[in-house]
Write a protein that binds this ligand. Structure first.
Ligand code: CTP
Length: 441
């Protein structure tokens, strides 16, 4: 029996895919189709895959051409599969000519002519969602650039504070709007990176006009306001995403899934550190937000995801810069009925940016900078049981965030940061600004 294997994403299954599968099957007697898992596909720069892995697997199955379907999860898997399944022929479309010649060592490699005039990317690119940017910062620039890596999206307009470099904005292809209303008129979705105290009004207006929103965290500076915004979003069938890019990174979501599955036992402690040392001068000039503003939401994310939002008490210990009044270093301790957590965030203090999740059977270690990690380990008393996990992360996670957001715009229930977590983050900010549970050093 001649065994044939082929791989692909099979997003929005089309005629080109079916012809490829038919010809692949005709090369032998038994066809194995590897459907690429989301993350691995992203690593090749293919983003905004519209269907979930399960939908794509079911679509391939429904063709009735494949004898067996497997999921391609990691780089280097093709060699493993060829050996494991005793494959005689590896085949893909001619868009890959040369790329897989290295597999000739293991089996015959055949490139089949690609069907002209159709591709998943083209189908996806037919739509073009216009994004407006609210605010001006380095992150805003990154966001605009990252839109180029996602099919069907472009950052077209910006509403930026006065005094920003308009020439630079224009050279990035952005139309500068001189009022917020003008921006909302021009776009279907907005990315809000203005000062946190402006978020509430801006997001509320955008949602009330039916615009979808990615808002840098926190969504607002009060729990009630965040709840209200999430409710308006749901009523208006708009997506409101908390812009914590780490939440959308594959390694992070796998880490959370592995920790929740009990791989290291019951979780007793989560410690997350995020710091970036800024100069006194930058802090005094107002170019820097406080430590909690800059890092708090990211650092709180693994705590709230893993231990929940129902902590019994918390304490914020904070060091402030006398002149600017900003916190340069803040430590937040959370107490839960059966666990503890602490985050350390700094803009005036430097530390190791690692994440450690301690459990009754072992711990998960994520090296610095954990918030843009491609790698983590589960570690045990018996070091032979340790495991390493690798994932790729392009563009610091921003492009995954945009891609997830685009999917959510079509299919609402797709939250990476839950409503409860969003409200809990705003609660911590609210308490911090009101001086509740705060110790100033
Ligand atoms: N394929 C093909 N003819 C097409 C499109 C795809 O023969 N018009 C083949 C590819 O070469 C690959 C398989 O179908 O072997 C799965 O392709 P996939 O990458 O999932 O689909 P594309 O339509 O190529 O996706 P994209 O546009 O995102 O590249």
């Amino acid at each position: 029996m001649v065994k044939v294997i082929t791989y692909g994403t099979y997003d929005l299954l089309h005629y080109g895919h079916i012809r490829l599968l038919e010809r692949a099957k005709a090369l032998g007697d038994y066809l194995i189709v590897g459907v690429t898992a989301d993350d691995f596909d992203k690593s090749r720069g293919k983003l905004n895959v519209q269907q979930s892995l399960m939908e794509r697997v079911l679509a391939v199955q429904a063709t009735g051409i494949a004898d067996e379907i497997i999921v391609e999860e990691y780089e280097g898997q093709k060699i493993d599969d060829i050996q494991r399944y005793n494959v005689d022929i590896f085949t893909v479309g001619s868009d890959w000519v040369g790329t897989f010649d290295y597999l000739n060592e293991y089996c015959k490699v055949v490139y089949l002519d690609r069907t002209q005039g159709i591709s998943s990317s083209e189908i996806r690119a037919k739509e073009n969602t216009r994004f407006g940017v609210v605010g001006y910062s380095n992150m805003a620039r990154k966001f605009v650039a990252e839109c180029n890596f996602v099919n069907g999206v472009s950052a077209t307009d910006i509403f930026a504070p006065e005094g920003c470099d308009e020439d630079e904005l224009r050279s990035n292809g952005l139309n500068i709007c001189h009022s917020y209303d003008e921006l909302l008129d021009n776009v279907e979705a907005i990315y809000v990176i203005s000062a946190p105290d402006k978020h509430y009004e801006q997001v509320k207006l955008a949602l009330s006009r039916g615009k979808h929103v990615i808002c840098e965290s926190p969504i607002s500076l009060s729990a009630e306001q965040t709840k209200e915004l999430l409710t308006i979003a749901a009523e208006n069938k708009c997506v409101l995403y908390e812009g914590i890019k780490t939440a959308y990174a594959t390694a992070f979501s796998r880490l959370i899934a592995i920790a929740k599955s009990g791989a290291v036992g019951d979780i007793k402690s989560v410690e997350a550190t995020c710091t970036s040392l800024r100069t006194e001068e930058e802090i005094e000039k107002g170019e820097v937000l406080g430590a909690l503003d800059e890092w708090g939401p990211i650092a709180m994310l693994p705590v709230l995801e893993l231990l929940g939002t129902e902590y019994t008490s918390k304490e914020l210990i904070t060091f402030k810069n006398e002149k600017s009044g900003l916190d340069t270093f803040t430590k937040v301790n959370f107490r839960y009925p059966q666990a503890v957590a602490s985050i350390k965030v700094g803009v005036g203090v430097k530390s190791e940016g690692e994440l450690i999740i301690s459990g009754t059977k072992g711990y998960i270690y994520v090296p610095a900078p954990w918030w843009k990690t491609e790698y983590f380990e589960t570690r045990f008393e018996n070091a032979e049981a340790n495991r390493r996990y690798f994932y790729s992360l392009e563009g610091e996670g921003i492009r995954y965030e945009i891609s997830a957001f685009m999917r959510a715009m079509k299919n609402l229930p797709n939250l990476y940061v839950s409503r409860k977590v969003s409200v809990a983050i705003s609660t911590v900010f609210e308490d911090f600004h009101a001086g509740r549970d705060v110790v100033c050093m």
